[in-house]
Design a protein around this ligand. Sequence first.
Ligand code: ADP
Length: 232
Amino acid sequence: MIEISGLAKRFGTHEVLKSLDASILANKITAIVGHNGSGKTTLIKCLLGLDQYEAGTIRINDYQLTADWNYRAQIGYMSQIARFPENLSAREVITMISDLRQGSPTQATELIQYFHLDDEMDKPLKTLSGGTRQKVNAVVSFMFNPDLLILDEPTAGLDPISSSSLKDRILSEKEQGKTIVITSHIMSEIQELADTILYLLDGKIFFDGPVDVLIKQTGEKNLERAMAKLMS
Ligand code: ADP
């Protein structure tokens, strides 16, 4: 469970988040949507403790952010583009991150098999395709079995088979009780995965509720059309 209260973040004079309030429910998939520049990435960076904010509070489970950074150990973050040292192999990256976290990646072996990466693990990352790197990114994000998964455009660069595998995995992580926050510009993907939508507009939450309620409110037949109607 994440509680965001009065969150304000500006870059110079540009107020990106304006006293934003939101709750992200446990054991659900919540999608953060909004037009380009609406503050989705900024909000995610605030949750990760990567952006400082001027006002407000964020609580993740029992942790108040900025007071105790240990909450980060509960988070698996999958960025849109994986940035790991290019000369390392996927296996070396996993070892390096495990050493840094001083933890054991309990799910790594199973995830490597799940994403069919066995034959790719010892090659330098720079020789792997973008999609294969994104699957390595998924392994690294999920391998410590975190309670909270923050997934920023997770299927970017994946072919349809890999994308479907990742989406199935995201749904099964939810079934196991994980809290999942996702961004995607593919509305059909959000409709397929998300229980709840947080729609960011003008620095605040314009809509917070189930996907089907949003679709019904706009009178449209699917989320893509509903979002297009709202954005225009
Ligand atoms: P989104 O992810 O919804 O596309 P962002 O959170 O990336 O939006 O950006 C929100 C706004 O904040 C944009 O106008 C962007 O230009 C601005 N912004 C984001 N990061 C910075 C930064 N480091 N410095 C200055 N402006 C920034």
